[in-house]
Design a protein around this ligand. Structure first.
Ligand code: ADP
Length: 457
């Protein structure tokens, strides 16, 4: 029954999963280290036991070359906790020398050639827990076999002791690693959870809210900062959008009001509703509204997915010449001076014409007498300069004139003025063509706008 209440591993929280991964990783790592340590310890303990036994065997063999077993130095037959038995076996398997309390029978049937030492010569007759070193000796009193037995159990005891200490220490280390991972991940997640809850509470009605940034300089603080930057961008684009909709409604209202007034006059006094009223009042307002709606649609589309445009070869000099001719046809009060080099770029000739037209319209509208248009190429950059001798644009407004619905203070009441979208559209078109546009200082006063575009070779 209780098994059902344990959630599936897929739904375990990050802290449980992290703690489990650390547990497994530390357990495997420590397990491998412990195995290596035990193997190394066993090898070095048995090797040093075999060395002790071999030394004793050599000493006894050395004396047996000159003395009989009975004349051996007693210390050579002495035992201790590790070296437990010494036997000297003579002819016919007789024990001719032994340590105190040594067994009466030979410990091994092995009889190595004289001069040969056999280390770890198992197996021992009974399971006595002994590790034998056996040597053959050609002594003064005949041929002998010297056997020295080391206590193998004491090696095993040492290994068991180390294992039991490791057995206590390893789970302790694993528990500390898993516990601290659980706590650490929990602490980091608590700030993530705070951020998540704050983001959840943020609605489009109040985009001024920001997520809390933790004090540590870690990835979560970086995430919170990035999120705040994103919120700031959303806020400013939301504000720009609202402003755009508000301004657009405002701009649409005035032609609509003029049309409504004209229609009201027509309804109240049908005799006044003639083609003059339609031509002089209604049609211009309809036209103004149509242009405004076209501009608004273009900008809305540009906001949505960037301004879509063709990418064909465009002769910029032809585009500029056509727009100049068009401008000359509209009015002859302003003189237009033209200097054009043949320059080619990639893009949408319709849109580039539109940008040049908007700038020329403005220049001609504000010029006192003259507009100058220059088209040049410098390395791989095409440069269009349109200069007029009008009132110019104050330096502090030169950036803002590209904002939507922006008009200089002095032009706000002007009936002749446009909608304030002309330069915003120019900026969108030029940006979509990977170019730049800006107003700059002009020696003779007046305004000078410069467009740069990548030129085709
Ligand atoms: P509009 O449709 O009002 O002309 P624009 O976006 O084309 O809108 O221009 C924005 C404002 O920049 C204009 O209202 C005007 O105040 C100013 N402006 C643009 N071009 C010139 C210029 N050549 N000389 C002086 N002022 C200019």
């Amino acid at each position: 029954m209780w098994i059902r209440s344990i959630p599936a591993p897929g739904s375990w929280g990050l802290r449980v999963r992290s703690a489990l991964i650390v547990t497994v990783a530390v357990a495997v790592g420590l397990g491998v280290c412990v195995l290596a340590l035990i193997a190394f310890l066993y090898r070095s303990l048995t090797a040093s036991a075999d060395d002790v036994a071999a030394n004793r065997v050599r000493e006894i063999a050395g004396q047996l070359r000159f003395d009989r077993p009975a004349e051996l130095d007693r210390s050579l037959l002495a035992t201790d906790r590790n070296l437990t038995v010494v036997q000297i076996i003579g002819a016919e398997d007789r024990i001719v020398g032994t340590s105190t309390d040594g067994p009466g029978d030979p410990l091994t049937a092995l009889r190595p050639e004289p001069g040969r030492i056999v280390r770890n010569a198992g197996p021992v007759a009974a399971d006595t827990g002994l590790r034998l070193t056996v040597a053959g000796v050609d002594g003064s009193g005949g041929r002998y076999t010297v056997v020295v037995a080391m206590n193998h159990d004491s090696i095993e005891d040492t290994i068991k002791l180390v294992l039991s200490m490791v057995g206590i220490g390893v789970p302790f280390v694993i528990a500390i690693a898993a516990g601290s991972t659980y706590l650490l991940v929990g602490r980091s997640l608590s700030s993530v959870e705070t951020i998540r809850r704050r983001v959840e509470a943020i609605t489009s009605a109040d985009l001024t809210e920001r997520v809390p940034v933790p004090e540590q300089h870690d990835e979560i603080a970086a995430l919170a900062r990035t999120m705040n930057e994103m919120l700031a961008r959303i806020q400013s684009s939301h504000e720009a959008q609202s402003r755009f909709v508000g301004d657009a409604s405002h701009e649409l209202r005035s032609p609509l009001a003029s049309m409504a007034a004209a229609l009201e006059v027509g309804l109240a006094r049908p005799e006044l509703f003639d083609d003059t009223l339609a031509r002089t009042t209604l049609m211009p307002e309809v036209e103004r509204m149509r242009l405004l709606i076209d501009d608004l649609l273009l900008l809305a589309r540009a906001d949505e997915r960037g301004l879509p445009h063709l990418a064909t070869d465009v002769d910029l000099d032809d585009v500029v010449a056509a727009e100049v001719a068009r401008q000359r046809g509209r009015s002859d009060t302003v003189e237009i001076i033209v200097q054009l080099e043949p320059v080619r770029t990639q893009g949408d000739s319709g849109q580039l014409s539109r940008a040049v037209r908007n700038l020329l319209d403005n220049a001609a509208r504000y010029a006192a007498t003259t507009v100058t248009v220059r088209l040049t190429q410098d390395a791989d950059t095409a440069r269009i300069e349109i200069t007029d001798d009008g009132p110019g644009i104050p330096a502090e407004d030169r950036v803002h004139v590209f904002d939507r619905f922006f008009r200089l203070q002095r032009d706000r009441g002007r009936a002749s003025g446009g909608t304030g979208l002309g330069l915003a559209i120019v900026a969108e078109i030029i940006a979509a063509h990977h170019g730049a546009v800006h107003f700059t200082d002009h020696r003779g006063g007046g305004a000078m706008v410069v467009i740069t575009l990548p030129a085709s070779p």
